[in-house]
Ligand binder design. Structure first.
Ligand code: ADP
Length: 428
């Protein structure tokens, strides 16, 4: 608090001093420069009278008495009077010519004046005129008062700022100690509102990440436990059995469990790779209709049942990462074949803003209540939990990641084939 106060206070004092002693004189001198002629004329008019009177007075006497006569006059003037030789006046050539013409020369700071007396070689100097002296004492009191007032203003300004800063740093400290639900209070009109908002956004994101990380860890441990205990059981039986046929059966079981764990780890790594913030898409300009035709043909070979494409778009070029989109389609087509009744149809359509790739099947479909859940990692519906059909529940989570990497979405609804319709929607 002290440091904050002193920083602001000193800053304002420095600005004030600079304004008073540097900026103001600069403005004054630069500001009057264009009016030099008017100012000179004004002072010439002011001093014209005294010059006339003094010159007339001196010229009544012989020149050798002028110094003495001027000294007699001096007490009647509030500024110095002096006589010098025209050549010794120390003026510029321009001013010298002006003197010769009998005109009054005005000094740069408008407080000293020169004029030749009649046709003589003598120049009468008036000035410098004293400036009104306000007295340094008053100045010191005034400055003192300004400083005190300023300190009060700075204090009133800094106090709420400091309190808010303390609140935010207390929230950050609590968050650092593991209280992930703590948030900074955002006061809209405060200068620190953007900082509080940025902190809250960061806290939201970290909390979300920690939660999903926890869920993922729980799910992974859960998924690994089954094949692991089967592995342990298989190994124990393998050690105990003497029968060759049984041995072979147990070894096969062990390999199957190892394959299953391998598949889980591979899927998990893929999921984690897409989840990384810095994942870079390898985009290419692809004409989607022919690309979809070949992709679906390839994938159809991998699954049982009928898989076909319906598309009547002429030209549908789009910047996509074909490898990723292939992966998403593969997941959807495999699911369609796995959970459907034997038919999988891929439809490509577009409107003004989006391209839609629908994957339809004739299976049991997905109830509206379950639709939002199935895109979460490890989400599986009860009906598909059997070992034969169900995977790990990562396939649709990966499709969702791929769609959002393309700034798109994936949704599920009903298909006219009787089952579900999964739609990847990509902005054009
Ligand atoms: P899995 O590896 O279990 O197939 P997914 O993420 O691909 O994981 O799917 C999640 C769950 O959604 C599946 O377990 C299944 O219950 C359901 N599901 C996915 N596709 C379909 C479909 N075409 N028809 C019915 N249910 C489906």
């Amino acid at each position: 608090m002290k440091r904050l106060f002193l920083n602001y206070y000193l800053l304002i004092i420095v600005i004030l001093v600079l304004a008073r002693f540097v900026v103001m004189p600069l403005i004054e001198s630069l500001g009057t420069a264009p009016f030099r002629q008017q100012f000179t004329h004004y002072y010439q008019e002011l001093t014209k009278g005294p010059y006339y009177v003094v010159s007339q007075y001196l010229q009544q006497y012989p020149q050798n008495q002028w110094q003495q006569r001027l000294a007699d006059l001096q007490p009647q003037f509030g500024y110095p009077l002096a006589l010098v030789e025209l050549t010794g006046a120390g003026l510029s050539v321009k001013d010298y010519h002006q003197l010769q013409e009998g005109r009054i020369v005005v000094g740069a700071s408008y407080d000293t004046f020169w004029q030749r007396i009649g046709d003589s070689e003598q120049v009468l100097i008036m000035g410098p005129f004293p400036s009104p002296d306000v007295g340094s004492g008053v100045n010191i009191y005034l400055w003192g008062l300004i400083m005190v007032l300023l300190s009060v203003v700075v204090l009133l300004w800094v106090l709420p700022f400091w309190r808010k800063l303390k609140q935010i740093s207390a929230s950050a400290a609590a968050f650092g100690e593991g209280n992930f639900s703590v948030r900074a209070k955002v006061v809209r009109r405060s200068a620190l509102a953007p900082l509080a908002e940025a902190f809250n956004r960061m806290a939201d994101r970290i909390q979300q990440l920690i939660n999903s990380q926890k869920q993922l860890t729980n799910a992974v441990s859960h998924e690994l436990r089954t094949p692991l205990s089967r592995l342990r059981f298989g190994m124990e039986m393998l050690v105990k059995t003497r029968d060759d046929d049984n041995k072979e059966r147990y070894v096969k079981g062990i390999y199957r469990d190892l394959d299953e764990m391998d598949k889980l780890v591979t899927e998990l790594l893929t999921y984690a790779r897409f989840e990384a913030k810095n994942f870079i898409l390898r985009r290419k300009d692809v004409d989607l209709a022919p690309w979809l035709e070949t992709t679906v043909q390839e994938l159809a070979g991998e699954v049982e049942g009928k898989v076909w494409v319906e598309c009547n778009l002429e030209q549908s070029s789009l910047l996509i990462d074909p490898d990723l989109l292939y992966r998403a389609l593969s997941n959807l087509i495999h699911n369609g074949a796995k959970y459907g009744g034997g038919k999988v149809r891929v439809v490509l359509v577009k409107d003004d803003q989006h391209l839609y790739i629908h994957v339809d099947d004739d299976g049991p479909g997905i109830t509206p209540e379950e639709r939002s859940r199935i895109f979460e990692p490890f989400a599986r519906l009860e009906s598909s939990r059997s070992r034969e059909t169900g995977g790990y529940g990562l396939g649709l989570a990966i499709v969702k990641q791929i769609a959002s990497l393309h700034r798109g979405t994936v949704t599920v609804g009903e298909s006219d084939l009787g089952g579900s319709r999964f739609s990847i929607v990509i902005p054009r």
